[in-house]
Design a protein around this ligand. Structure first.
Ligand SMILES: NC(=O)c1ccc[n+]([C@@H]2O[C@H](COP(=O)([O-])OP(=O)(O)OC[C@H]3O[C@@H](n4cnc5c(N)ncnc54)[C@H](O)[C@@H]3O)[C@@H](O)[C@H]2O)c1
Length: 384
């Protein structure tokens, strides 16, 4: 059960998810504190990168929200990401697998959640190329288990967190809109696409209150260091070469994680049921340019100005599954929900690089698996 403590997350006056968003063309009334109180959100994958940022966001944005973090604690799940809120009376952690229907049903019965936000996933494209099985198990089967759970015990909202990768690759021009065809290329993207389509089919077939978000590449604190930005910072600080797949010409759109959390919050409370919302940062960069920018930021820091990291081009393990470009048309969420990114890329990248520089011990504990040793002590033979 939740632990009570004097330490609790900062809570603010509840102005709703988009109180300070740029003026939208169509504005929907903001949910009031009273409307929001007290709601339990069943957040899956909350010990991962975006999920942990989202739990922190939602508890600080809404006084009346409780978050139950349901996470299997795979290699990517790290409870240290939530140390600052773990004693909050509005937070509970439950270790569990979303593919385990019995365990999910038990927590549903205990918590009677108002809503579900499904972040839990195997999320790394390269790992899906090595072995797609856990991707099918979690991303596809696990999502279906959650959808069955809300058929048995209705909720007010279910948000399926998806990705721009379901659309496949773009050429040099154009943007994906929510009605673009789904043409995933990697096993990861295919499993996410399958989950989206099952979720949307459940919304239509059973009239369930499901909404899907598809976001571009997130960046910010607490990202597992196998992903490009934390990996580059770590290697640069350690004096190692910076690996780049192929020639590094692939283009990604970058979205600051807190901006994504605000968007998900807006979709959760105000999104139209059965709809998909693209969430992008309107900030396209080639991988090679991003890596060079990170090096420049580090060289401008007094403690790391001596660093001269070298880029190493390596054979692309993704082959034809390495999509050339993703970019999103985000007019729908801007016009309907009044959301827009607030963080500029320059500021967001500088603060993210600084976070990984200053929190090097966090990265090292993740890399060495020290946090998993800790889980083994706590969970014994059941440790992931
Ligand atoms: N990171 C991005 O740039 C990005 C972009 C678009 C969409 N997404 C999507 O957002 C979601 C979160 O991504 P992330 O980068 O935070 O991922 P992550 O890998 O950092 O975290 C995933 C979390 O899910 C948990 N998990 C995995 N399998 C589970 C299972 N079977 N049951 C319960 N928990 C399980 C892990 O322990 C971990 O805490 C994913 O659905 C991903 O597809 C991510």
């Amino acid at each position: 059960m939740p632990k009570n403590s004097e330490r609790s997350v900062a809570s603010t006056q509840d102005l709703g998810p988009s109180a300070q968003d740029p003026a939208p063309r169509t504005r929907h009334p903001e949910p009031s504190s009273q409307e929001l109180a007290p709601r339990t959100l069943f957040v899956t994958g909350g010990a991962g990168f975006i999920g942990s940022n989202f739990i922190r966001h939602v508890l600080s944005a809404h006084d009346g929200v409780r978050a139950v973090n349901y996470d299997k604690l795979t290699y990517a799940g790290n409870l240290e990401n939530l140390t600052d809120i773990k004693e909050s009376e509005r937070y509970r952690f439950v270790r569990g697998d979303i593919s385990d229907a019995k365990a999910v049903a038990q927590v549903f019965a205990e918590e009677k959640p108002w809503g579900v936000v499904n972040f839990a996933a195997e999320s790394h494209v390269d790992r899906s190329i090595l072995d797609a099985t856990p991707f099918v198990d979690t991303n596809v089967k696990g999502t279906q288990v959650l959808l069955e759970a809300i058929r048995q015990q209705p909720v007010e909202r279910f948000v399926q967190i998806s990705t721009d990768e379901v659309y496949g690759a773009l050429g040099k021009d154009g943007l994906f809109s929510e009605s673009s065809p789904i043409q995933p290329n990697s096993p990861y993207a295919a499993c996410k696409a399958a989950a989206d389509l099952i979720a949307l089919a459940y919304a239509k077939t059973y009239g369930l209150p499901i909404v899907v978000t598809r976001s571009s590449n997130n960046y910010g604190p607490y990202q597992f260091p196998e992903k490009l930005i934390p990996l580059t910072v770590r290697n640069a600080l350690a004096g190692k070469e910076l690996p780049i797949y192929g020639e590094g010409k692939q283009v990604r759109d970058w979205l600051y994680v807190e901006d994504n959390c605000r968007a998900i919050d807006a979709v959760l409370h105000k999104g139209r049921i059965g709809e998909v919302y693209n969430i992008g940062g309107d900030c396209e960069k080639q991988n090679i340019d991003l890596v060079k920018l990170i090096c420049e930021i580090l060289r401008n820091h007094p403690e790391t100005q001596e660093l001269r990291p070298r880029i190493q081009f390596i054979k692309d393990p993704r082959g034809a599954a390495h999509d050339f470009r993703y970019a999103l048309d985000c007019r729908k969420i801007r016009e309907e929900l009044g959301w827009g990114p607030r963080m500029s890329f320059e500021t967001g990248l500088a603060s993210t690089v600084e976070w990984y520089r200053a929190n090097r011990p966090w990265t090292e504990r993740v890399i060495t698996g020290e946090y998993r040793d800790y889980y083994r002590k706590i969970y014994g033979a059941c440790a992931p």
